[in-house]
Structures are given as C-alpha cells and as structure tokens.
Design a protein around this ligand. Structure first.
Ligand code: SF4
Ligand code: SF4
Length: 363
C-alpha cells in the first residue's frame, strides 16, 4: 500500500538496547525482548545519526531498555552530537553515576529524562521489580549538579495515581525543569498488566484536580498531564501521526513509525544498516501503510476530526480490535469502543497482582 509522500521527520528515537536491570510492570518493550540482541555497532549507530540529520531530524532521544547498558554510550552521544543532533538521554539512571554523567555531558549530552516509578520508595521499587528508587534520587541530584536540564517522567497508573501531590513535591525537591505525568500506555508488558494498572475514573479526577492545583501555584516544574486514552473519549494523534514526525530505530535496526509498531503483523518494515535510513523512512511498505488520510476507514474518513488525531493509534486498534486498520477503539465513535468500556468496568473491580517484566538475556 503506498500512501502520501513522506514528510520530513524531526525526531529520532534511538532504542539502543532492550537490556535493562529494571523489570517495570508497565514496560512497553516487546514481550519477547529477552530473546532479541543488539544488532547495531557503534559505527552503525553513528551512520544512523548522520543519515537522520540529513533527513531533517534535529533531536535524538537515546533510549531503550536502559541505554546505559551499552558500554559505548559515551561514544554514541559523541557521534549523535557530531551529526548535529540535540542529544537527549532517556534513562532509569541505573548504572550511571556522577562521573559517567560528566563523561556524557562532555561528549555532547544536552538534557536528561529520568524515569521515577512513584514518590513512595517501597511502591516505586515494587513497580520496578528491584530496589532502584534511592539510586534514582542520587542520580537526579547528579544531573542538576552537572547543570544539565532534568525532566522527570512518572508513568501514572492505579497504584501511584493518588500520590500526584507527593510526586509534584518530589519533582520540586529534585529541581526538575519539567514533570511528565504520563498515564500508562497499554503496550507490551503494560497491556499484559492492564487490569492491574488501569485507574478508576474517580482516581483520574482526583489526579487532574491535583495537577490543576499545582499549576495554579505557578512554580517549576512545568507539568505535562493528559487524560489516558481509555477515559478521553477521543484518541491521541499517536506519535503526531504515523510516519509524520518521528522515526524509531530498534536495537535490531528496524525502522518504525513508533516503538510499538513492531507488534503489528503483516507489515513490512526495513532495517539499517542493510538499507539507507532514507529508504527505510520513505519507501518501506509498512511505513507507508497508514501515512496520510487515504487509508482511513469509516467513521474516520468522513469525520471532521480526522486531521487532528488521524484515527488514533494503529497499535491500540490492533491490540483491542484485532485489526490495525480500524478506528482506534479509544474513540467513542469507533465500532469497537465496547472493549474500552469493558476495560473501564474491569478497573472498578479489585486489581490482579502485577506481572513484572521478564528477565533479560545478558549481552
Ligand atoms: S520501563 Fe522499566 S523495565 Fe522497561 S526499559 Fe524502562 S526502566 Fe527498563
Ligand atoms: S471517528 Fe476517527 S477521526 Fe473521528 S474522532 Fe474518532 S478516531 Fe478521530
């Protein structure tokens, strides 16, 4: 299927590895990540960075898994900076101390996003499947001591949603520039844990009020908070639209429109270094499958909101309705919105125990 002409991407998401010492129950990595190996060498990644910059990217997020699990992380930061990209590290903080951070900053790192699971240490460690919280706080202090901007990302789910005021207070103590309160995205392990993670509507309303109160104080950090798809009645414009703004390169070198797209069957994506990044972005059949508006089904095709949300998330449509080419069931107008209503009803019942992310294969 050939869609519209490929636009210029501006953001590269470089998934350096699926390895990670944490085992978060909401991890969006693929369920079979433990059997997947890092396929790209330092030089392969350096080429990806150069080609991404030529395609138009100005920003790279180095992510994973845990990017610090790559021993060549400083060399990768240097290569991305040399390519002219703004280098942003997305990390759990695991395996990074002040000295390592200094090396990364000297190599060209410009900002850091640290994930926290909770403001409560015991709950945070339970969600991460390991004792990590105290080390994360120390790492946050090291980021600020190095004068790098600090973004905190906290995945909100039913076990921490009632602690939004404590999370905001912690972000202020850590001197974060921005706090991303990211309602859990139900992909990968998170989808397997849906009934344990999905909050109730009452919890979301309390959290929304807590965010409004914190914003009214007019102090740092800037707070990002959007209602989760399952309660929003309209889907998000996932990744700003399929193959429109962001390109993702996986640890195996596959070039995708979003990190979850690997879960979609029957779509052909191409890989680096065997092909040029431009070809993978512009010409791969999978990349063009849902570009633009030509593929849209009803009711999206005749909906005035199609230019805003592009019919929602393809991976969510596949996960919930079994077909990536239908309207995202998160939309109240979708023929399969019933599955979202069922999930909301399930969230009102006692949640099942968490299932932690599977153990990693070692390199
Ligand atoms: S969500 Fe947790 S387990 Fe998954 S990559 Fe991030 S830190 Fe590691
Ligand atoms: S029908 Fe389609 S285009 Fe309209 S709001 Fe729902 S998902 Fe968006």
């Amino acid at each position: 299927m050939k869609g519209e002409a490929a636009p210029r991407p501006w953001n590269l998401v470089a998934e350096l590895t699926y390895r990670c010492p944490l085992r978060c129950a909401y991890c969006s990595n693929p369920l079979d990540h433990a059997s997947r190996r890092d396929a790209l060498s330092t030089e392969d990644w350096a080429r990806v960075f150069r080609e991404a910059a030529l395609l138009g990217c100005v920003h790279v997020g180095l992510t994973g898994g845990e990017p610090a699990a790559r021993r060549d992380l400083a060399a990768l930061v240097a290569a991305a900076a040399e390519a002219g990209l703004y280098v942003h590290l997305v990390t759990s903080g695991a395996g990074l101390d002040a000295a390592a951070l200094e090396r990364l900053r000297d190599a060209g790192l410009r900002s850091v996003q640290l994930s926290l699971q909770d403001a409560d240490e015991a709950e945070a460690d339970a969600m991460a499947g390991t004792e990590a919280h105290a080390a994360k706080l120390a790492f946050a202090a090291a980021v600020r001591a190095s004068e790098l901007p600090l973004v905190l990302n906290v995945v909100l789910q039913r076990r921490n949603l009632d602690r939004v005021p404590e999370i905001v207070a912690l972000a202020r103590r850590l001197d974060a520039e921005r706090l991303e309160l990211a309602n859990v995205q139900l992909h990968g392990w998170a989808l397997a844990n849906r009934d344990a993670l999905l909050p109730t509507r009452a919890q979301l309303e309390r959290a929304s009020e807590a965010v409004r109160a914190a914003r009214r104080e007019g102090r740092r950090p800037e707070i990002l908070f959007v209602l989760p798809d399952y309660y929003a009645d309209r889907p998000k414009p996932c990744m700003g639209g399929w193959g429109r703004k962001t390109l993702v390169v996986t640890p195996e070198g596959r070039v995708l429109p979003c990190h979850a797209a690997a879960s979609l069957p029957a779509l052909e994506f191409w890989s680096v270094p065997g092909r040029a990044l431009r070809a993978c972005w512009e010409d791969a059949p999978g990349m063009n499958a849902f570009r633009g508006e030509g593929w849209l089904p009803e009711p999206c095709r005749s909906c005035p909101e199609r230019g805003r949300d592009f019919g929602g998330c393809r991976c969510q449509a596949f996960a919930l309705a079994g077909d990536a080419a239908v309207t995202d069931p998160a939309c109240v107008l979708a023929p399969r919105h019933d599955v979202v209503l069922d999930a909301r009803r399930a969230a009102e019942r006692e949640p099942p125990p968490l299932r932690l992310r599977g153990r990693q294969a070692q390199p």
